[in-house]
Design a binder for this molecule. Structure first.
Ligand SMILES: [Zn+2]
Length: 684
């Protein structure tokens, strides 16, 4: 080719000033062809199974494709105009096909195994060894080691499971869509805020009906349950919601949407899959690449936490019941009163104005405050830098050592735009690695969806938004402050699932430090820092009902783990029996007998969280316990602890098991005590 395609320019930063949608197809097509040719060559007999000739060459050779497709995916997320969407979607199936081929290429598996058995293996770096072990593990879990005559059955299980998962989600969506409550008398909507009524009015208008139409989708269902004074209305909505995709006749269901038989079949197939791979149950399969070792260990962790949290959950529940009885005249409290009474209780006891708080978190102060936290913790400097960007709002920064050496760079794209996908996320533009010419420095994208500045004043953020920014910056630091020298375990690569959120949630703690808040707030008109009285109210509200929320998460986690390690789908007992048992142990708010929570538990039946739901709590425990090391030192910026956190956790990436990282930092196994304390549940 004589014309140069800027997507194929890997000399330094992505060429956001030049890259256009029409560059995607030729660049990605070429890179995929190069990738396939490379794999053919590397899996051939003439290629020795050594790190340099095989694994290193493969990683090196596929990096350009990963980087270019990363840029395309990023632009699709932050600049989702029709031309970019089309360019991305046109290549997406090709890219997925390539990755599927890669995961099923048994010649690759053979080479990795040969490399593992080679006596030179022991002389490879820790990182290289870890990458090879991870590859072999993933191939094994994909059935690569099964005898030939068992492979068709294994493949059939995988296919049926993926169809069943998809069907589970479809049934739930169909059921969710099938119910609506139309209200024509506005008096019935007493208590609802205007935004909720306006939204319901709009739904009604779109459907061509009179009045207000409420659905079981979260933006409609949530506010109604939280605010509607009308108890019968809440009860009807609650029952419709709780019986979605179940066998129960609720007046709108269809028998074919019942997820009950699907759950049974999914659990049967997962158990068979586990047996074929040589495991006792599916939980063991799920845990193999994770940080936890055994289902028993996870259940013990959850049980311990439940025992400690339950007294606080009972206290929350008692407060709720007393408030309902004494202040609202509700003597026979029902589950459909929970969200409503909670909201009233929150307003009565812990209210503060989010809008007032927002006036203090002005963008320049917040961003400077974040950088100061990073600089103080990790002895680095954050400086403004220059790069081609995809939108004029985007800022670019560099992190340097005190001596001025470059550590990494990052883009920050803070404001919401119509063409940007929702939420906040960190992504990588380039990963750290060793090259012949030295170290390639990492680059990250930090993306948020905050309101842009208006009327010549700086943008103001809610406290939740500030926490979000710190959270994503934590992911960014995991990527940027790594010392990894091999792509497969550098930064966030190869980090076990439960430990991925450790660095991000860790950073959130600084948003609750009084001294930090003093330094990063300035009222948008007066310039005053956040007043102490307002801070105290925010802090009190932070742990509202944390006991109840904790046991609820534990109930789901224990249910999920037991289903996948103890439950026999072909026994006389049912999925509902399992959740009832779990509730008896941990729950404080027991739903009615007809409640069918499992039938809508998409995380484990429709998504990838099977025997993994506990990871939410586990990650919170890790981040709280890591932060507690600073609290014990009496200084959130203690330099010794900060250096150890950087050395043992943040910079290690996936090069060492996360539990070893944690123990090296903390000198012991993780403990849930810090999380309980931070949540206002101080173990007696
Ligand atoms: Zn996160």
């Amino acid at each position: 080719m004589t014309t140069t395609n800027p997507l194929l320019d890997f000399t330094d930063l992505p060429r956001f000033d030049l890259i256009q949608p029409e560059h995607v197809k030729p660049a990605i097509t070429q890179l995929l062809a190069d990738g396939r040719a490379l794999i053919d060559r590397l899996t051939g007999e003439s290629t020795p199974a050594t790190w340099a000739d095989f694994a290193g060459a493969l990683s090196e050779g596929l990096e350009p494709f990963g980087r270019a497709w990363g840029v395309v995916g990023h632009l699709h997320s932050v600049n989702d105009v029709p031309a970019w969407r089309e360019a991305y979607n046109e290549m997406l199936p090709e890219v997925s096909r390539f990755y599927t081929e890669l995961g099923q290429n048994l010649k690759l598996f053979d080479k990795y195994r040969a490399l593992f058995k080679n006596e030179a293996f022991s002389r490879l770096t820790v990182e290289q060894q870890k990458i090879i072990e991870n590859e072999i593990r993933d191939f094994r879990l994909g059935g690569a080691e099964l005898p030939e005559d068992q492979k068709p059955r294994f493949q059939a299980i995988m296919e049926e499971l993926s169809q069943l998962s998809a069907k589970f989600s479809e049934n739930l969506l169909d059921a969710t869509n099938a119910f609506a409550e139309v209200v024509t008398d506005e008096a019935v909507l007493a208590g609802l805020p205007d935004y909720a009524k306006d939204a319901a009015r709009e739904v009604a208008q779109k459907a061509g009906v009179e009045g207000w139409k409420f659905t079981l989708h979260a933006p409609s269902y949530g506010p109604l349950m939280q605010y509607a004074d009308n108890r019968e209305l809440r009860a009807r909505m609650y029952r419709a919601y709780a019986t979605r995709a179940a066998e129960i006749d609720n007046g709108y269901s269809k028998p074919e949407w019942d997820n009950g038989p699907l759950m049974k079949r999914i659990l049967e197939l997962r158990a068979e899959d586990a047996r074929m791979l040589g495991f006792a149950n599916f939980a063991e399969v799920s845990l193999l690449p994770k940080m936890a070792d055994t289902p028993e260990q996870v259940l013990a962790f959850l049980g311990d936490m439940a025992k400690k949290a339950k007294p606080f959950a009972e206290k929350d529940m008692a407060e709720l019941l007393a408030f309902a009885r004494d202040e609202l005249g509700i003597a026979d409290f029902q589950p459909w009163d929970a969200a409503y009474v909670s909201e009233k209780l929150l307003q009565a006891r812990y209210a503060f104005s989010e809008q007032e708080v927002k006036q203090y978190f002005t963008e320049p102060k917040v961003v400077a405050g974040l950088f100061k936290v990073i600089e103080s913790l990790f002895t680095v400097k954050v400086k403004e830098d220059k790069a081609p960007v995809w939108h004029e709002d985007v800022r670019f920064y560099r992190i340097e050592t005190p001596a001025g050496d470059l550590v990494g760079q990052f883009y920050m794209d803070l404001y919401a735009r119509e063409t940007k996908r929702g939420g906040a996320w960190m992504d990588e533009a380039r990963s750290r690695k060793r090259t012949a010419g030295g170290i390639q420095k990492p680059i990250a994208y930090l993306n948020c969806n905050f309101a842009r500045p208006v009327g010549g004043k700086p943008a103001t953020f809610t406290h939740d938004e500030v926490i979000t920014l710190f959270h994503e910056a934590g992911h960014g630091l995991h990527h940027l402050l790594t010392r990894g020298e091999e792509l497969g375990v550098s930064g966030i690569h190869g980090v076990e699932w439960e430990a991925v959120e450790l660095p991000s949630q860790f950073m959130e703690n600084y948003c609750w430090e009084w001294d930090v808040l003093q330094g990063m707030t300035a009222h948008v008109t007066t310039g005053e820092p956040l007043p102490r009285t307002l801070y105290d109210k925010m802090f009190a509200a932070k742990n509202f009902q944390s006991g109840m929320m904790t046991v609820r998460q534990l109930e789901f986690s224990i249910f999920d783990m037991r289903l996948h390690c103890e439950f026999d789908p072909n026994s006389a007992s049912t999925v509902m029996d399992v959740i009832r048992e779990v509730r008896e142990e941990v729950a404080v708010l027991i739903p009615p007998e007809w409640h069918r929570f499992p039938n809508s538990f998409s995380h484990i039946f429709g998504g990838g969280y099977a025997a993994g739901y506990y990871s939410y709590k586990w990650a919170e425990v890790l981040s709280a316990d890591a932060y507690a090391a600073f609290e014990e030192a009496g200084n959130p910026f203690d330099p010794v602890v900060g250096q150890r956190y950087l050395d043992e956790i943040l910079s290690k990436g996936g090069s060492r098991p996360a539990l070893e990282n944690f123990k090296a930092f903390r000198g012991r196994e993780p403990s849930p005590d810090a999380l309980l304390r931070h949540s206002g549940m101080i173990a007696a």
